[in-house]
Design a binder for this molecule. Sequence first.
Ligand code: GAL
Length: 431
Amino acid sequence: MATIWRQPQRGVLVLILLILVHISACAESLQVLHWWRSAGEQKAVAVLNNRMAQENIQWRDGLVPSGSGIGANIVLKSRVLAGNAPEVAQLNGVLISEWADLGLLLEMDSVATSGKWEKLLLPSVWSLVQSHGHLVAAPLGVHRTNTLFFNKKIFSKYDLSAPSTWDEFEQIAKKLQQAGIVPLAQSTEPWQLATLFETILLSESSPAFYQDAFVRKEPAAFYDQRFSRALKRLRTLKKYMMLSAQERTWMEMARELADGNAAMMIMGDWVKGELNAMGLVTDVGFGCTAVPETGNYHLYNIDTLVMLAKDNSLRTTQEKFAQMLISPALQAEYNQVKGSVSVLRNPDLSKMDSCSRASWKLFSRGSSVQVPSLVHRMATDEISKDAIIAEIHRFFMDDQMTIGETQRRLGAIARYLSKTKAGNDAQDINR
Ligand code: GAL
């Protein structure tokens, strides 16, 4: 040993140890459980991580890779049950108030008051992050799920312009197919299919009808003609997709669009962050527009982080982190790479690209244009959401499954799940 550890090497080792001891004495650390693993998402994580480091808070990464957070939410639940909760977690939409009701989330009212959150945040964001009048979550950005991306090179080669109606979409899709190009990149993964379906349902109905189905879960909505039209549209679109036997990630589908193997993709605008991370510039390599016939509405999905109520000694660090998240500089930088838009009332619009500017401008018009995403947890609880997604997936995968049968199955689910269950018990499941 003595020959291996010569004097200078021992000195370096001691120095490193001293530095490590110093760092751990100075920096508080927070473990953050999240599901962002794609290139664009990781860039957004790096923005948060770096800002935390500037505040002398260390980010301990708790990545649970899973598109739309299905796996991450399961891991989070089991860690909480095992008494091993992270200090911070990505928890979106309806889940925020459910977890707050269980007393699991840190209430940060002094942060809200001193940071003037009510004045700074867009009203619907402000109401989302509160539960029973207490601040229980910190918002990151607003995504739009009714976004259609298109490959600019292909569109200009075939002299196409972005479709604003389904008729136009079909004309374009047929032209592309004749040219041997796959019109629509789409995975068969259940949440990705359902993300497509929720935008179709909105296009075939209205925000009020969409909410009858997915927020209020009124059984009648699932039997309605507008619902059957949406299922029919989903089946029509199937003709224009490149489907493979195995489920593919949304990042792979974005890659197909970037490489020109597919001309369009319908998905939340985290795809913008991904395309940018691949080196494609917005409005040059790809364009974005609203999904046909949904241009007046913002089907939204808000990313939020919650601070788990654990050891009170971490409260100051957790609160510092929360306050940091809504600073104008961080909001601008983070949302630019993530593909989402600022949660603030007065962001710098000049720094946004055209997709983001359009998204923010529309969303900031308020509740009359805002429609909560089912798949991304803005509309209803996990059980209802997962049950609906499973039926949409079954319908899509099995061409023998009729529209009527899918409607009956969804109507039955709604009857059992909805709060109006008692009033609907008399209805026949098999009508
Ligand atoms: C959404 C989430 C986005 C994005 C996407 C893909 O639910 O809000 O931030 O990560 O899933 O995983």
